[in-house]
Design a protein around this ligand. Structure first.
Ligand code: GLA
Length: 339
């Protein structure tokens, strides 16, 4: 007989000895699916509503309604909040980098704006977010250059990274502070990420962990690549959070648009991958203390629009009706066999 979702174990309970299990959410998703989220997840991240352009669309105009309601929901249900994100080259108002004439602002002005942004946002939720992604995606990965060419780097210089962490630490000394990035298992990029975090630590920067986004697919990266990256990052003695996990059913260069449902073969591969990935994450549970999916269930994922616009994807453990997929059952077996 098919199990209904109220009979199955809660996802976060299955991993309670190892790490928190999170989901990316929005206020709309919470309104529609609040009880389901609270049953299966014990951490949430705002998919968009706490990004710089959304909380400070214009200089000094802060809009906290959405973020406030996400915290209120989380606190009413005993769910932790990962703050995401304070400094990024995307989804940040262009005003941040401009002077009054529309030219490029000065280093001092940009640092002052960064300070105001971080103080206001992190300060508002002081003691309420257990972790923050302080800097998102600062490493270059298209060329052999080290840091990504961004306005932050151009205007402030390399020390913008250290400064952002110091500002966040001042605003909430108890929050765990993360550097977050994608393609984090790539052998070349992971060495650059390690180098960056090592150099921040060498400057006594208050950084506590590395966020591995985990936008993977059912074909790759290989378990060996993921293991090597986990080993490399864990060797820094910091925490690791998997921050944006999803397993696309398509390879990145697959442009197909005709599928109305995942094939049996895709679901089988996805199930195998979820089982082997979580077995690996459990091996690293002393370093990993939070694993967040970049969504709640297959009814909605950012992958429905990326990299192929309007194409449906099915990357999670729960299907479009929020029923557990075979992948979920594999994780239930995996955790049952470990306890
Ligand atoms: C990156 C960001 C996330 C999100 C995804 C796409 O991974 O860190 O906030 O924007 O891209 O949804």
């Amino acid at each position: 007989m098919k199990q209904t979702s109220s009979e199955i174990p809660a996802l976060h309970e299955m991993f309670r000895e190892a790490f928190k299990i999170g989901a990316a959410v929005s206020t709309g998703i919470i309104a529609a699916q609040g009880p389901f989220i609270a049953r299966h997840y014990n951490s949430i991240t705002a998919e968009n509503e706490m990004k710089p352009a959304l909380v400070q669309p214009q200089e000094g105009e802060f809009t906290f309604e959405a973020a406030d309601s996400i915290f209120e929901y989380a606190e009413a249900h005993g769910i932790g909040v990962r703050g995401h994100t304070l400094l990024w080259h995307n989804q940040t108002g262009d005003w941040m980098f401009r002077d009054t004439e529309g030219g490029t602002c000065s280093r001092e002005q940009l640092l002052a704006r960064l300070q105001t942004h971080i103080n206001t946002v992190v300060g508002r939720y002081r003691g309420r977010a257990y972790a923050w992604d302080v800097v998102n995606e600062a490493i270059e990965d298209k060329t052999d250059q080290y840091l990504r060419d961004t306005q932050w780097l151009e205007i402030i210089g390399e020390d913008y990274l250290r400064q952002a962490f110091e500002m966040a630490h001042q605003a909430d000394p108890d929050a765990l502070l993360f550097y977050n990035d994608y393609n984090e298992t790539d052998p070349v990029k992971s060495v650059k990420i390690h180098k960056l975090v090592r150099s921040l630590l060498d400057q006594n920067t208050p950084i506590h962990g590395i966020g591995m986004q985990g936008h993977w697919n059912i074909y790759g990266p290989s378990i060996e690549e993921i293991r090597n990256a986990l080993k490399l990052y864990a060797s820094l003695g910091l925490k690791i959070h998997i921050t944006e996990l999803d397993l696309s059913v398509f390879r990145h260069d697959d442009k197909r648009t005709d599928l109305k449902a995942p094939t049996a073969e895709m679901l089988k591969l996805q199930e195998e991958r979820y089982a082997e990935i979580f077995a690996l994450l459990l091996e690293f549970k002393d370093s990993i203390d939070s694993v967040t999916f970049w969504g709640v269930a297959d009814d909605y994922t950012w992958l429905d629009g990326f990299p192929v616009r309007g194409r449906k994807n099915w990357p999670f453990l729960f299907d479009e009706q929020k029923q557990p997929k075979a992948s979920f059952a594999r994780l239930a077996d995996l955790t049952a066999s470990q306890s």
